[in-house]
Write a protein that binds this ligand. Structure first.
Ligand SMILES: Cc1ncc(COP(=O)(O)O)c(C=O)c1O
Length: 386
């Protein structure tokens, strides 16, 4: 039994979530995607060993690292991964940049399904590629891919679609049939798939994650899969992630692009983090998922039952809750400010995820139940039935 109730004191550790200057002492930060829990003991022990080495020169990844990734993918996800498919990257967004450079030229178009994680827009624009938005359908808070719109938006300059599975911010975990339909379109139009599966181990009860590359060898050959232990095991500050690329030519080109930036070497703690997570912390993760699932039930249930102006559905994956404030009687552009000033809660503004996010806030419930109850009480005072 691991103790998620206790949470962890993060104030004063220079963590973005709690310590950036605009956050007041009394505010509850429910933004940014990291967790207020102590990491798994096995990872902590690995870190202690590394810290005890006393020397922190240049590092390389050992064979153990690669075996650990392959074993995890097989045991956790039922996914057979070849050793050579694994490309280390320090973090997912930089890997997206390498992939974009690998499969397109400046001026080419990259499709993003919106609402979308904010840096997807930036990484496309920063590389002088053109963003094409494929807006998802939203039926009573249940988001689905709009394939017709997707096909309409494809031109001779379209090179790739970026997908996110589980989807941040809507919490959808794409079903096999949904991925299959998308994959067919990408095959037909020769598009690459950049699939961000960083949240793939954070699943609400009853949900199963499918990697799009498990659908066919053809799709596997035109896809980049991005994973990391950083979300499920709370290791974003360590910088350890992987991109799986099955096609040899594509992989070579990706690695060449990566090497131009001289920034993709491993660090002393990366292997310790990943092996501690993947080799020894599966049980910890199972318990974490149960705790988060209960937090989601509580938070979503309270909103549904007691806050009539807000609308929400339980996410299928992630610890992020996408709440619709469009009927809350607040001007769309002021929602984040009102929730900060009147409830003392920091949530991500919906427009961080694109135009479709206007009128929404994203809440992170990866915190102790006590903090979550405090947050719910604060929200109820403002949004509860009178
Ligand atoms: C969907 C998604 N992708 C990528 C990231 C960032 O990953 P990294 O820090 O590895 O670039 C996040 C962080 O919140 C995320 O939610």
């Amino acid at each position: 039994m691991y103790d998620f109730e206790r949470g962890i004191e993060r104030k004063g550790t220079n963590c973005v979530k709690w310590d950036v200057p605009f956050i007041k002492q009394t505010d509850l930060p429910m933004w940014i995607a990291d967790m207020d829990f102590q990491i798994a003991p096995a990872i902590q022990n690995n870190f202690k060993k590394i810290a005890g080495q006393g020397a922190f020169g240049y590092q390389f990844l050992s064979e153990k690292y690669y075996q650990s990734v392959m074993r995890w993918m097989k045991q956790r996800h039922g996914y057979e991964l070849e050793r050579e498919e694994i490309c280390f990257i320090p973090n997912v967004v930089v890997g997206l940049a390498y992939a974009i450079q690998t499969i397109s030229k400046p001026g080419d178009e990259i499709i993003v399904q919106t609402p979308a994680y904010g840096p997807f827009f930036e990484v496309v624009k920063d590389n002088n590629r053109v963003i094409v938005e494929n807006r998802m359908k939203n039926e009573n808070g249940y988001y689905t891919m709009d394939y017709e719109d997707l096909e309409r938006k494809i031109t001779s300059r379209t090179k790739a679609v970026i997908i996110c599975n589980p989807h941040n911010p809507t919490g959808r975990v794409w079903k096999e049939e949904e991925l299959r339909e998308l994959a067919q379109i990408c095959e037909e139009y020769n598009l690459y798939i950049l699939s961000d599966d960083i949240h793939s181990e954070l699943l609400s009860e009853g949900n199963r994650h499918v990697f799009i590359t498990s659908l066919s060898e053809k799709i596997r050959k035109r896809s980049f899969i991005f994973t990391s232990p950083s979300k499920a095991f709370n290791l974003a500050g360590i910088h350890v992630a992987n991109c799986f690329i099955a096609d040899e030519e594509l992989r070579k080109a990706f690695m060449e692009n990566a090497s131009k930036f001289h920034a993709s070497e491993s660090n002393a703690f990366a292997e310790a983090a990943l092996t501690g997570a993947y080799d020894e912390s599966g049980e910890w993760l199972d318990e974490l998922n149960k705790y988060i699932n209960d937090n989601l039930d509580y938070f979503v249930g309270e909103i549904q039952q007691n806050m009539p102006g807000l609308y929400v559905r339980k996410p299928e994956g992630t610890y992020l809750v996408w709440v619709d404030f469009r009927n809350a009687g607040i001007d769309v552009e002021n929602i984040q400010e009102v929730v900060k000033n009147e409830c003392g809660i920091i949530a991500n503004a919906g427009d961080f995820f694109g135009k479709e996010g206007e009128g929404f806030l994203r809440f992170n419930v990866a915190c102790s139940r006590d903090i979550l109850k405090d947050a719910v009480n604060r929200l109820k005072k403002k949004f509860g039935s009178k």
